[in-house]
Design a protein around this ligand. Structure first.
Ligand SMILES: C[S@@+](CC[C@H](N)C(=O)[O-])C[C@H]1O[C@@H](n2cnc3c(N)ncnc32)[C@H](O)[C@@H]1O
Length: 275
């Protein structure tokens, strides 16, 4: 079987199992097995050996069971980094890249900013900030020991020179500032909505990373005690939650409250300045 025949066959199998973006996923899986880039699949119509075919079948079976592509590949791109990801952590999302972009905008003119990332997960936000601001120091907190272990593994592979400290804890409990910026992508899906999510999320990603009600507001309340005057709070939220969260930030005394849209034009980031 050639690589292009394999792509065609796998795309059809994924389609039958209801996998969205079946063609792209098929290309990625065949390329992974052959050790090629996706575009190289089209320039060299390589033959699959029996070993390739066996490995491909096992990866395709996992994808047909709706396991996220990121867990199957074992790594996922986030801004300039490639992060190791597995079932201990949420797969980093494109909207979180927008959150990081907003953080960097506020940190640009600060020489050695101190940053707090609440709910570090894979390390996506903390690591991207430390990678893209060469003097930022980040305290990264998570309740999950598994997530912290994964984030530490990613930190060891990233060019962040030990500028990230990891700590196990519940939100901001026991943390003292001052921080120039507090950022969080907290769990924000209600338990009722969780049951309606796609199988990739519902069946494979850690529930404690997804399900939460009012966590962003709780972080906004607690962050007031650790933010330096003029420091910024930035929160990711679910589609349809930004207006309420922005109103809550204003009620809590934050100034210059702004909502930012993701690439799909949905308001997903809310930020405010602590006076
Ligand atoms: C939506 S995930 C975000 C992960 C990562 N920051 C990202 O953006 O990809 C939320 C993270 O918050 C952590 N978490 C949930 N509740 C928490 C709590 N009460 N205290 C600390 N961390 C918590 C979860 O373990 C999970 O790693």
């Amino acid at each position: 079987m050639t690589s292009l025949e394999a792509v065609h066959m796998v795309a059809q199998q994924l389609d039958e199992s209801g996998v969205p973006s079946s063609r792209v996923d098929a290309e990625i899986l065949v390329a992974e097995v052959l050790g090629l880039t996706r575009s190289a699949l089209y320039s060299a119509d390589t033959q699959l050996s029996e070993k390739h075919a066996l490995r491909l079948r096992s990866l395709v079976d996992r994808r047909r069971a709706r396991e996220p592509l990121a867990y199957i590949l074992g790594e996922w791109g986030f801004r300039r980094l490639t992060l190791k990801v597995d079932r201990r952590v949420l797969v980093p999302r494109p909207e979180t890249e927008v959150l990081v972009e907003r953080c960097l905008e506020h940190l640009r003119d600060r020489a050695e900013p101190r940053v707090l990332d609440v709910g570090v997960g894979s390390g996506a936000i903390a690591l991207a900030i430390a990678d893209e601001h060469p003097a930022a120091r980040v305290l990264a907190v998570d309740r999950s020991a598994d997530a912290l272990a994964a984030a530490r593994e990613n930190s060891d592979r990233a060019p962040v020179d030990g500028r990230i400290e990891f700590r196990q804890g519940d939100l901001l409990a026991g943390i003292s500032g001052p921080f120039d910026l507090v950022v969080s992508n907290p769990p924000y899906v209600s338990p009722e909505d969780f049951d309606t999510l796609e199988p990739e999320v519902r069946l494979f990603e850690p529930r404690e990373a997804i399900v939460g009600v009012g966590v962003g507001a709780e972080i906004a309340r607690a962050a007031r005690a650790v933010l330096a005057p003029g420091g910024w709070l930035l929160l990711e939220c679910g589609d349809g939650q930004a207006a309420d969260l922005a109103a809550e930030l204003e009620r809590l005394g934050y100034l210059d409250v702004v909502r930012t849209r993701d690439l799909a034009e949905r308001e997903r980031v809310v930020e405010g300045r602590w006076a």
